[in-house]
Design a protein around this ligand. Structure first.
Ligand SMILES: [Zn+2]
Length: 506
C-alpha cells in the first residue's frame, strides 16, 4: 500500500472531523509520568522531560507549565496532577495549543476516557503531541492513529490489572483482607498487612448488641454511637450488620460468592451475628437481587424515547418466572418492552459492529500499514542515527590503529578518542529516546482489538451480567436510545476504535 492509497482509504474519516483553529502563538504544557520499571530502564522523568524540551525547541513551542513527574505506583498523586493539568488547559484554552508528552500512553491509561478527553481538547484547539510518536491530531488519519494508540495503552493496562486482580484474589483466598479496612479494624504495619482491632472495635460490638437486644432503630443506634465518639451513618450500619468480617470470615467480590475464614480476630461471636441477622432471610434476599439483575442486563442503559432523561429499568410482571420487561418508571410513559425482544435487538446491533472472520486479514493489513506509515519517519531517523553511530565507531578503530603504529602522539589520541566517545554517547542517548515503546506491542494490540471486533456479540451473550454490563458500557459509553417507531436501538456514541475498525472494513 502506498502512502497515497493510505491517505485515500483514510479519506472516509474526514467526514465530520473538524479542523481546529491554528493558534497564533504556540504555547504548551508538558506532562510526564513514569512506572518504577521504566525509572530503572532509562525512561526516567529526566529523559522524558529532556525529549519533550528538545521537541519543543525544534518545533517552536514554549512550555508554560510542567505537570506530572509522578510514579505509576502513586495512583492518587497521578490523578491529582493530571486533573490539575486538565484544569489549567481548560482555563487557558485560548492560549494553550498543545500538551506535550513523551509517548501516548503517558496521557492516560484509561483508553475510552482518554479518547474522549483528547477529542474534547482537539475541539477546543489543543493538540496532544507524543514527541516520540509523531502524529498530527488535526488530520483525521492522525486522530485515528492516536485513538488506536490510546486503545493499545488501554489493553496493556487491562492486562496489568488482570494480573493485579489475580494477585489480590490469591491474597483474599489466603485469608487476608485487601481493600479499605472495615470500621472497627485497621491494618497493622506488617508486610502481610493483617487486620487488627482498632480503638472503635468495642463500639462496633456495642452496636451489634443493641441491635440484637431489639427496640432500637439503626438511626437510634447511629445516634448513640455518635455520642460515644463513633460516626457511622445509619445506612452504613445495615451494611455493617451483615458483614461477615466481624465474625472472622471474609466475603469479597473476588471470591465469587464464596465465604472463607479470615486471618483476623473476630469482633463479635457468630451467635450474636446470627441473632442480629436471622441469617437465612438475609441470604435469600440477596440471591433474589442478583437474579433480578441477571435478567435485565440492559437496566438503566437504555434511554426512554418519551421522557428522554429517564433510563429503562427492569420488572418481572408475572409470578411465573421469565416474564421480564423493560419499562420506564415515569408515570404515563407506558414504555413496556419484553426482555427477549430487547435483548434480540441489542444482539443484532452488536452483530452489526462485528467484522466477519473472512475480512480480518484485510482489515489487519490496513491497520498495520497505517500504523507503520506513521512510524516510517521515526524508523528513518533511527537508521540515520545508527549510520552516525557506526561512523564514530569506525573513527575510533582507525584512531586505535594509528596510535598502535605510533603515527600519533598519546595526548592527541586521548583528546580525539574522548571526543569521539562523547559523540557516541550522545547518539546512543538519542537512539534510546527515539525507540518507540509501542512497536513491539503493535501486533499484539492489533490482534486483540480485532479479536474483540470479531466477537463482541458472542462475548456479550456468553458473559454473566457483570461482564455484559462492562462490555456494553465500553462499546456504547453513553448508552442507547430506544426508538419506539421501529422498536430499534440507537447508540448515542460508539467506542471510537471499534468504529474506526468498522470503517476500515467497508
Ligand atoms: Zn419515560
Amino acid at each position: 500500500m502506498t502512502e497515497n492509497e493510505i491517505m485515500l482509504s483514510l479519506g472516509q474519516f474526514a467526514k465530520g472531523a473538524k479542523k481546529a483553529e491554528t493558534k497564533d502563538t504556540k504555547l504548551a504544557v508538558m506532562y510526564t509520568r513514569v512506572s518504577s520499571k521504566e525509572q530503572s530502564e532509562n525512561l526516567s522523568l529526566d529523559v522524558q522531560s529532556q525529549a519533550i524540551r528538545n521537541y519543543a525547541e525544534r518545533n517552536g513551542y514554549s512550555i508554560l507549565e510542567s505537570y506530572g513527574g509522578t510514579y505509576e505506583s502513586a495512583k492518587n498523586e497521578e490523578r491529582v496532577e493530571f486533573q490539575k493539568m486538565m484544569e489549567y488547559v481548560r482555563r487557558n484554552k485560548k492560549s494553550i495549543s498543545a500538551i506535550l508528552l513523551y509517548s501516548m500512553d503517558r496521557f492516560s491509561r484509561s483508553g475510552a476516557n482518554a479518547i474522549y478527553l483528547s477529542d474534547q481538547l482537539r475541539k477546543q484547539g489543543t493538540q496532544i503531541i507524543a514527541v516520540t510518536q509523531p502524529t498530527n491530531t488535526y488530520e483525521p488519519s492522525g486522530e485515528l492513529h492516536q485513538n488506536i494508540m490510546l486503545v493499545f495503552s488501554h489493553f496493556d493496562n487491562q492486562q496489568r490489572r488482570a494480573k493485579t486482580i489475580a494477585g489480590m484474589a490469591e491474597k483474599v483466598r489466603r485469608g487476608y483482607w485487601v481493600s479499605i479496612a472495615p470500621k472497627g479494624y485497621k491494618y497493622c504495619g506488617t508486610k502481610e498487612k493483617k487486620l487488627v482491632h482498632s480503638e472503635v472495635a468495642p463500639l462496633i460490638k456495642r452496636a451489634f448488641e443493641m441491635k440484637a437486644r431489639g427496640g432500637f432503630t439503626n438511626v437510634e443506634i447511629s445516634h448513640k454511637l455518635k455520642l460515644l465518639g463513633l460516626n457511622i451513618k445509619h445506612k452504613s450500619l445495615s451494611k455493617i450488620f451483615c458483614n461477615v468480617t466481624y465474625i472472622g470470615y471474609l466475603s469479597h467480590a473476588l471470591l465469587d460468592g464464596e465465604i472463607i475464614k479470615g486471618k483476623h480476630e473476630p469482633i463479635i461471636d457468630e451467635e450474636l451475628f446470627f441473632q442480629v441477622n436471622k441469617l437465612k432471610r438475609v441470604i435469600k434476599k440477596r440471591i433474589k437481587e442478583t437474579e433480578a439483575n441477571e435478567f435485565v442486563p440492559l437496566k438503566n442503559f437504555i434511554q426512554c424515547p418519551k421522557c428522554k432523561i429517564k433510563r429503562l429499568t427492569g420488572y418481572e410482571v408475572s409470578r411465573r418466572r421469565g416474564n421480564w420487561y423493560y419499562k420506564c418508571s415515569t408515570k404515563g410513559c407506558k414504555i413496556n418492552v419484553n426482555v427477549n425482544q430487547m435483548h434480540n435487538t441489542f444482539y443484532e446491533l452488536l452483530k452489526s459492529f462485528t467484522i466477519k472472520p473472512s475480512s480480518v486479514p484485510e482489515v489487519k493489513k490496513k491497520l498495520r500499514d497505517m500504523m507503520m506509515s506513521f512510524y516510517t519517519e521515526q524508523l528513518n531517523d533511527e537508521q540515520r542515527l545508527i549510520k552516525e553511530l557506526n561512523k564514530h565507531k569506525k573513527k575510533i578503530d582507525v584512531l586505535d590503529e594509528r596510535f598502535a603504529y605510533g603515527e600519533i602522539e598519546k595526548d592527541l589520541y586521548k583528546k580525539v578518542a574522548s571526543k569521539e566517545k562523547k559523540a557516541i554517547a550522545a547518539v546512543e542517548k538519542e537512539l534510546l529516546m527515539l525507540k518507540p515503546n509501542s512497536i513491539p506491542n503493535m501486533d499484539q494490540g492489533i490482534n486483540e482489538a480485532l479479536a474483540l471486533a470479531q466477537s463482541i456479540h458472542t462475548l456479550w451473550l456468553d458473559g454473566d451480567v457483570y461482564q455484559k454490563r462492562r462490555l456494553q458500557k465500553v462499546i456504547f459509553p453513553k448508552g442507547l436510545v430506544f426508538r419506539q417507531q421501529d422498536k430499534s436501538l440507537e447508540p448515542i456514541e460508539v467506542e471510537k476504535t471499534l468504529f474506526a475498525i468498522n470503517n476500515l472494513n467497508q
